[in-house]
Ligand binder design. Sequence first.
Ligand code: C2E
Ligand code: MG
Ligand code: MG
Ligand code: MG
Length: 299
Amino acid sequence: SADTAMYYAKANGGDNYQFFGKEMNTRAVERHFIEGHLRQALDAQEFVLHYQPLVNLQSGRITGAEALLRWNSADRGLVFPPDFITVAEDSGLIVPIGRWVLLEACTQGRRWLHAGLPPVSIAVNISAVEFRRRDFLEGVRSIIEGTGFDPGFLQLEITESALMQDAKAGAAILRELKKLGVQIALDDFGTGYSSLSYLKQFPIDILKIDKSFVQDIDGGNDDGIIVSAVIAMGNSLKKRVVAEGIENAAQLGFLHGLSCEEGQGYLFSRPVTSDALAHLLANGLPLRPADPAMPHSEM
Ligand code: C2E
Ligand code: MG
Ligand code: MG
Ligand code: MG
């Protein structure tokens, strides 16, 4: 943060500007590198989707999966979204990347059904940059038609901030999406600025409680109070409530006590490859809370 930089600057005496300068320069070089390689990554088919199961917290049964983008870079190995999504958004590359994600997720969903696996919904994250584009709706419509994936099993995850940039326009886009038959989830709920009145006004099906709240619940603190209020509100507005980032049994127990029906997190499963998810669906067994410290390819 700027404060930390200032602190180091003072500690280093006269070298403060140089310190800052070097730091900024490294970032710029890094961004430049990522942007240059992101451009080729689509053509080189270096993107891959991993899928994290969503489970019914009572039964442990898989109700859906969230598609999460990974970049399998020839130079750098597996790169995770926090290291490239912002660059992709700033450069506009998120638009073709996002289209690929949606197409791949719907194609995969269709393949699983054809293979005779039980139907589960697939959630896809939509960037604010994609959401605001005029051709977004048309893109979603053509991918649904082209793949034949049942839109009732497609969940589009949109953040509060993406909606709030222009609430009126956002509401209109959501209404059009609902006409296509897709489900709408409000992702990272609690970290944005939405008010209760907005929640009523938008055709939102699912609230996903941000993992930062789930991670700090232990019954007594503010995060626990916020989570319990969101669950109660979601339930009374007849929305499905999903808790993100469940890592341990204490968090699960707390959510259980508040009648939160669904969740996802390392406690049940990390994001896994499409093949691994197909195996989980095929054996049909409920996911039992695992030790999140268990070694895994996505660590
Ligand atoms: P998100 O949509 O909130 O996705 C959940 C993130 O939490 C994922 O991180 C997931 O791996 C991580 N997670 C799941 N369970 C746990 C847990 O128990 N503990 C912890 N600490 N983390 C957990 P990931 O895959 O690194 O993605 C980060 C963010 O990048 C996503 O947050 C989403 O906003 C964005 N993203 C991912 N894939 C896409 C995509 O295809 N398109 C767009 N536009 N954004 C994406
Ligand atoms: Mg998400
Ligand atoms: Mg998201
Ligand atoms: Mg989230």
